[in-house]
Design a protein around this ligand. Structure first.
Ligand SMILES: NC(=O)c1ccc[n+]([C@@H]2O[C@H](COP(=O)([O-])OP(=O)(O)OC[C@H]3O[C@@H](n4cnc5c(N)ncnc54)[C@H](OP(=O)(O)O)[C@@H]3O)[C@@H](O)[C@H]2O)c1
Length: 254
């Protein structure tokens, strides 16, 4: 995708696996130069290579960083914009449930809140603020991946995702006059990710599927499709929203 002869640029945090990888693939297929960010170099390199091989074009680029750390974030922002470049689409997808079970007294309670807050809020907030001066005006897009957990728990993970709602709303109001749209996409259970780590197995998978009236989890591509829509030119008037994709799971099974 080109505008005035220049490639359009997308940044996807956590783009090496799961939902982020599907988003990176979808945006690269739409013609964006896509920077995929994460902490594991080998995972990012493999993802970027697979996307480029599938598309037959060098559109995905791996950048390694722990996005909880301001100095890493500043460095990747510098590499992405390379002095004067513009970012068209920023997808804040990096995150997860980092609570360690079982909890160990008050220190455990504090640590679960702290690690989830740091792991879900800081990557989105720091990366956004680092790239904000470089976002396309008008036409830029910020999409942050929240969660159904923000509406119903689990508490420390859901609470950290819920913190992204007022932050995103405030940004939407502040950036609307500059032509930048800011939204949250809140998935329910999504398959084919590393989110559940070693805990995922047939039993847990079936339990998560049962919770949704649709009777299944989402494929990562179904979440990517929403992000692709929000990133597109036709979605410029959609801002300040939380778009949920959960197969009806918040409604229960009736
Ligand atoms: N799977 C679900 O059912 C589900 C449902 C609702 C919402 N979500 C949300 O969807 C998003 C994507 O998760 P996923 O399901 O695709 O799971 P995932 O496969 O574990 O993806 C999370 C990605 O974020 C990266 N990441 C985590 N912390 C990071 C940090 N500090 N700095 C840089 N990268 C970091 C991870 O890579 P490294 O470990 O290499 O850094 C990984 O690639 C998360 O925000 C998650 O909370 C998932």
């Amino acid at each position: 995708m080109e505008e005035h002869g220049k490639s359009r640029v997308a940044v996807v945090s956590g783009g090496g696996t799961g939902i982020g990888r599907a988003i990176a693939h979808a945006l690269a297929a739409d013609g964006y130069e896509v920077f995929v960010l994460g902490r594991r170099r080998a995972v990012l390199d493999e993802a970027a290579q697979a996307i480029n091989d599938a598309l037959g074009a060098e559109r995905a680029h791996a950048l390694c960083a722990d996005l909880r750390q301001p100095e890493w974030v500043a460095e990747v922002a510098r590499q992405i914009t390379n002095g004067a470049g513009t970012v068209d689409v920023l997808v804040n997808n990096a995150g997860g449930n980092f609570a360690a079970h079982p909890q160990n007294g008050l220190e455990g309670v504090r640590d679960d809140w702290r690690t989830n807050f740091e792991g879900n809020v800081l990557p989105a907030v720091l990366l956004t603020h680092a790239l904000l001066p470089r976002l396309r005006r008008p036409g830029g897009r910020i999409v942050t991946i929240g969660s159904i957990a923000a509406f119903r728990g689990p508490a420390t993970y859901g609470g950290s995702k819920a913190a992204l709602h007022p932050w995103s709303a405030e940004l939407a109001v502040a950036l609307a006059p500059e032509g930048i749209a800011v939204n949250v996409v809140a998935p329910g259970y999504v398959t084919e990710t590393e989110f559940y780590g070693d805990r995922m197995g047939q039993e847990l998978h079936e339990d998560r599927c049962r919770r949704a009236p649709a009777g299944r989890g989402a494929d990562p591509s179904e979440i990517a499709a929403l992000v692709r829509y929000l990133a597109g030119r036709d979605a410029g008037f959609v801002t300040g929203q939380i778009l949920q994709a959960n197969g009806g799971a918040l409604l229960g099974r009736g």
